[in-house]
Design a protein around this ligand. Structure first.
Ligand SMILES: [Ca+2]
Ligand SMILES: [Ca+2]
Length: 484
């Protein structure tokens, strides 16, 4: 299996020579297919030409790219903003590059507009404009945290309105304005190429090696016992076959009841010994064939220290993240500080629990990183903010380096969001952060059933709506390659 994938990745890279000029970037220890990835990292734009720029004002530069399914924008600003609130940055789309059609804005005749900070916009529909939310444009942005640079995907055919306007079938123009009063706008014309992304590998869900240990983390948001959702949950877990299932917000039921409820779908033997634990104020649950030598609540989150058994050896530290939500930046930061102080103390023998040097440490789950970036630096680099309460902090990996943020992608799309709901744009809430000096990861992905090819859905007995039907969070999957 691994061999096949490697070979097809190589041929994929060869095929792209001369077509795309993007530099190779690191992903999953392999090479990603060329093209833009909406992930909040910007190496993929390095070879893309700036189509507009300003010396002053909020709006600095604009780059555009596209593929068969999406128009991509990279917008650089002169200061950090939360793209989804407290700004009046507005995107105007002249979908036919014709100032005589649509609403006049600068040199454009715009058929649609979207104000990011208000999370709403409008689109021409017949003779009228109608109010829209992000779904009409298939809008996805990254990063989800505050930033001074964002990448944005608009799906060419997200809605009937877009299709009726022929979005992506002809040259177009884009204008970005700061409606808060700063004058300078970014304007560019663009002729979409609509090149298909090379198919680098057939989609499959199985582990690359049966010896890998699959961790699936999923915020079930209290939906796990709802009768109408039972089948969707069962199909998703049956398809993913977790070896370790980490849930957040699984309030209802004891750990044992939750294990029994999902026992069949996750493939836990009826008579075999599986373990179930529940801890933390947001009801994190861990189901696994390994017993925990310690379970430590850490605010809403919790630490599980597992004793691995044959064919693996040693311990595994799993921190189930379920950090405070939304505007609660201070509470979220305090919890990040507490978690990283716990890891530092655990590694240095300052806790009741003991782990050998080199024990893999994983933070997985809903980190809710929607605003300030300091919390991300705390979880990855160990930079503690409240040093009086939690100590000085230190790079958390065993070799004195930061933890690695795995950043898994969707199997079928160049996207990395793990949450999709109403109002706010799809975002990356769920993380898998780990001690990469002592742990390798095999296959990993964000599991979204929407737009999986029909053949794949059929092969795994899934339905296209299964992932969103379980809840707004998508399961995040990572296969651990453990020493034996
Ligand atoms: Ca990117
Ligand atoms: Ca127009």
């Amino acid at each position: 299996m691994t061999g096949t994938i490697l070979i097809s990745l190589v041929s994929c890279a060869l095929l792209q020579t001369g077509t795309f000029a993007f530099p190779a970037i690191t992903w999953n220890q392999d090479t990603l297919p060329a093209g833009i990835l909406i992930d909040g990292r910007f190496e993929d734009w390095e070879e893309t030409e700036r189509l507009a720029f300003n010396d002053e004002g909020l709006l600095k530069t604009l780059c555009l790219a596209d593929d068969a399914d999406y128009l991509f924008l990279k917008v650089e600003l002169n200061r950090k903003v939360n793209l989804q609130a407290d700004n009046h940055i507005t995107l105007y789309l002249d979908m036919d590059d014709n100032p005589a059609t649509g609403l006049r804005k600068g040199m454009l005749g715009a058929e649609a507009a979207f104000t990011f900070g208000e999370r709403s916009g409008w689109v021409f529909s017949g003779e009228d404009t109608i109010t829209i939310r992000y779904e009409t444009l298939g809008l996805v942005t990254a990063p989800t945290m505050e930033s001074n640079v964002f990448e944005i995907a608009l799906a060419w055919a997200a809605s009937e309105q877009e299709k009726a306007l022929g979005f992506g079938t002809k040259p177009l123009s884009v204008l970005i304005a700061d409606e808060a009063g700063e004058e300078a706008t970014l304007t560019a014309s663009y002729d979409p190429k609509r090149l298909p992304r090379p198919v680098c590998q057939a989609i499959s869900l199985e582990k690359e090696d049966p010896m890998h240990l699959r961790v699936v983390t999923h915020n079930v948001n209290r939906r796990h016992f709802l009768p109408e959702k039972r089948d969707a949950f069962s199909r998703v877990y049956q398809a993913l076959q977790p070896d370790i299932l980490l849930l957040q917000e699984a309030y209802e039921g004891t750990a044992r009841e939750i294990l029994d409820y999902f026992r069949m779908s996750i493939g836990a033997p009826l008579s075999g010994r599986w373990y179930a634990y529940k801890a933390g104020e947001e009801a994190t649950v861990l189901l696994s064939p390994f017993p925990a030598s310690a379970v430590v609540p850490l605010g809403n989150s919790a630490a599980y220290i597992l004793d691995l058994s044959e064919p693996y050896a040693g311990k595994l530290v799993l921190i189930a993240l379920s950090m405070p939500c939304c505007d609660l930046d201070d509470a979220r930061q305090a919890e990040a500080d507490m978690i990283m102080a716990f890891i530092d103390n655990l590694k240095n023998g300052k806790t009741l629990e003991y782990i050998p040097v080199g024990t893999p440490v994983i933070l997985a789950g809903d980190a809710n990183l929607v605003r300030k970036t300091e919390q991300y630096a705390t979880l990855t680099e160990g930079r503690i903010q409240d040093t009086l309460a939690y100590g000085p902090g230190a790079p958390p990996d065993w070799d004195g380096s930061p933890f690695r943020d795995l950043l898994p992608y969707h199997l079928q799309k160049p996207l990395s969001f793990t949450w999709r709901g109403k109002g706010f744009f799809p975002g990356r809430m769920d993380f898998f952060i780990y001690s990469d000096s002592v742990l390798e990861i095999g296959r990993n992905f964000v599991f979204d059933t929407v737009d999986l090819p029909e053949e794949v859905l059929k092969r795994y007995n899934l339905r296209g709506e299964d992932a969103p039907d379980t809840y707004k969070h998508q399961p995040v999957v990572a296969d651990l390659i453990l020493e034996r």
